[in-house]
Ligand binder design. Structure first.
Ligand code: VG1
Ligand code: CO
Length: 670
């Protein structure tokens, strides 16, 4: 038992629940297996009923919504448990197969370990937000999280109706209602259902440098100078390895189907409408009248694919009811537990139905899709795909004139390291502060809180701004619609409209084009993947500026390290990069979001200022770089470790003849 835990326990007993009956052990009642050395919250706790003598009562409506029912006090039980291996968070929280999470106490242990890791003042009587993308197991998970939160002395949980809240909406709710933090039940773009993934989004791994991420590290920590989150996530992991007890409130399952407040003693749960706070924020950021003018034109076609994921709950209220889009412009608009057997990843392969419609001659003028939890976006014009690296640069270049929130001009711009350098050129031209941060949205937060950053993005279909502290899929769609609406606002019916392709081509002509692609080697054996990165680090250590790699001259090679300009914290080993004198780059890193094995990501970029070459397909434009670099470095120098093979192009999911190494399961390191 850690000292944090002991300290917490004492305070817990003496203050918040003074007087409440505290059982040192999980009761040997019929529902739990008293004979075993640990008990399951999933098998017993989720079906916890109010203690027989608790008096439910109806009470009058409160300002925040009708109070449905409540009881005067809650009983806190202690559920014995045992440590479970492997509960370490990655780029975006803890992500595993749902079957793993459904194991006895797996989720409960982790949630308790989280509370054990935080100072009491961070959650005692605090308000926390709980939401998710509607995937399989979220309903059961909601009940587990609520009961443990109550058991640990949290004052109030704001939960989206049916457990639904997109990731950006959770951030918006936390900020608007000044909540102390929140949980997001999502494995993002990973598929859902009994055989697939589940996740809980939190702050990143042990190298996270900031406290502004609204999850688990609780925003108010930031201003009061509490320990850095890497220490918190480290602590959570440490606590998962020593946990012996889970604190659970003995309350019934909360009815998540109706908006309203349920009270149990000093603890309350408010079920909130998932859309209203977020919609209100969008109305502040954008000019809805301007966008409505575009969407209601008969000569402008719009299509949004919610991929049966969380934005299904937002698309109709926002695009149809508020902005005048036609009801049939929303496809797959109902959130489903298994995303309709789909893979809620908005790229050219998994949003294929949308792509097919958009690539028809008579297809719509603008199309977009969003991922499982609504923080990613894909933007398409008619027969035109905008890469995420280009998209953020184009939004930044047009923001001031088209989006009211940026009327005074963006404060600064930032991208993740592997994202193409297109945004850098916008920052240079607009003379704006510019930052390059490691992969993962949390790194943008400190910069935003310090007033240094307004618009940022990642190559992985993530775009956003400082209106919240998460990437935001619907925000990106509204940003693009604003740009198009602004450009077309004076166009008469029948006049040719400025298209997505026009905006992009004009941008390339002004700034040049950064050809960019990413390739993923999925389900690699972890040991082999680590070996490969070690091997590349070795090459980096020996490399010298001026060396020739085919026709490319090395400017520098390193393993990316980031020092946060706000708090000075350092994140190291964030990706091996080779940068050439013409601005071309090749980057290697391991994914931190997979649910099984390792995924190797390779990012390739080449800058082309010549407008006559901007029309070339990215795969063709990048071929010389891929060929000369990878053949000479990886395949020859690492001979024996890497062999010929195929990777998947991140955007197309097509098998691509790329660096010709096989990292697939079992084939490496033998
Ligand atoms: C991936 C992306 C990264 C993104 C992260 C979370 O991480 O590359 O850019 O921030 O997913 O996105 P990794 O470590 O697998 O490369 V989401 O939509 O899952 O919150
Ligand atoms: Co996501």
């Amino acid at each position: 038992m850690s000292s944090t835990y002991a300290r917490f326990d004492t305070v817990f007993l003496l203050s918040r629940f003074a007087g409440a009956k505290y059982s040192p052990l999980w009761p040997s009642s019929s529902s739990s297996s008293s004979s075993s050395s640990h008990s399951s919250l999933l098998s017993s706790g989720t079906h916890l009923r109010a203690k027989p003598n608790s008096r439910l009562r109806s009470v009058t409506a409160a300002s925040s919504g009708p109070i449905i029912a409540g009881s005067e006090s809650i009983e806190i039980k202690s559920l014995p448990t045992k440590p479970i291996e492997g509960q370490k968070t990655g780029t975006s929280g803890l992500r595993k197969k749902v079957k793993v999470f459904m194991q006895d106490n797996y989720l409960a242990n982790w949630i308790q370990a989280l509370f054990n890791s935080l100072p009491l003042e961070d959650y005692k009587d605090a308000t926390l937000v709980l939401g998710g993308d509607g995937r399989y197991f979220n309903k059961e998970a909601s009940q587990i999280i609520i009961k443990i939160a109550a058991g640990n002395g949290v004052g109030k949980i704001l939960v989206g109706q049916e457990g639904i809240l997109s990731t950006p909406a959770v951030s918006a709710v936390i900020r608007k209602r000044k909540a102390n933090g929140g949980f997001i039940m999502s494995a993002s773009h990973n598929p859902g259902g009994p055989e697939y993934d589940w996740g809980i989004k939190t702050v990143d791994d042990d190298e996270s440098p900031n406290l502004s991420d609204p999850y688990i590290n609780f925003q108010f920590n930031y201003s009061s100078g509490q320990p850095a989150p890497e220490s918190i996530t480290d602590k959570i992991y440490g606590n998962t390895l020593s946990i012996s007890e889970i604190k659970v409130a003995e309350i019934p399952d909360i009815d998540l189907s109706h908006v309203g407040v349920t009270k149990y003693g000093n603890f309350s749960v408010e079920v909130i409408d998932p859309v209203s706070d977020y919609l209100e924020l969008m109305e502040d950021v954008f000019d809805f009248d301007l966008i409505r003018g575009l969407l209601s034109r008969s000569d402008f076609g719009f299509m949004f694919d919610a991929m049966h994921a969380v934005t299904g709950a937002y698309a109709k209220p926002i695009f149809v009811d508020n902005l005048g889009a036609k009801p049939d412009s929303i496809s797959n608009g109902v959130p489903l537990e298994d995303f309709g057997h789909g893979h809620p990843d908005p790229n050219l392969t998994y949003a294929k139905d949308l792509v097919d419609v958009m690539y028809r001659d008579d297809g719509p003028d603008f199309g977009a899709a969003s991922d499982g939890d609504g923080d990613r976006n894909m933007v398409l014009g008619n027969k035109f795909f905008v890469t995420p690296s280009d998209s953020v640069a184009m939004i930044a270049a047009n923001a001031q004139e088209a989006i009211p929130y940026f009327r005074a001009g963006p404060k600064g711009l930032a991208r993740s390291m592997p994202t193409s350098g297109a945004l850098d050129r916008v920052a240079e031209k607009l003379k704006l502060p510019f930052f390059e941060v490691p992969t993962g949205w949390k790194f943008f937060g400190n910069l935003m809180d310090a007033g240094k950053l307004s618009i940022c993005g990642e190559e992985s279909f993530g775009t956003g701004s400082d209106h919240i502290r998460e990437k935001d899929g619907i925000w990106a769609v509204l940003a693009w619609l604003s740009i198009l609406a602004h450009r077309n606002k004076d166009k008469k019916p029948g006049e040719k409209l400025v298209s997505v392709a026009d905006v992009v081509n004009e941008y390339w002509a002004t700034y040049g084009r950064n050809f960019f692609s990413r390739y993923d080697y999925e389900e690699c054996e972890s040991e082999g993947a680590n070996k490969m990165i070690e091997y590349l680090r070795d090459i980096v250590a020996k490399s010298k500026a001026g060396e020739n790699y085919g026709n490319y001259v090395l400017q520098f090679a390193d393993d990316f390290s980031y020092t946060d300009p706000v708090d000075g914290s350092v994140a190291s080993k964030q990706g091996v990069r080779f940068v050439f004198t013409d601005g071309s780059r090749i980057i290697f890193r391991l994914s931190g979001t997979g649910s099984a094995g390792a995924t190797v990501r390779i990012y390739i970029e080449q800058f082309e200022p010549d407008v006559s070459k901007h029309d070339v397909d990215a795969q063709i434009a990048l071929k010389p770089l891929i060929g000369s670099f990878l053949s000479c470095i990886v395949c020859i120098k690492a001979e024996g470790v890497y062999r010929e093979g195929e990777a998947h192009c991140h955007y197309m999911r097509e098998k691509t003849i790329l660096c010709h190494m096989v990292l697939m399961k079992g084939e490496l390191g033998s």
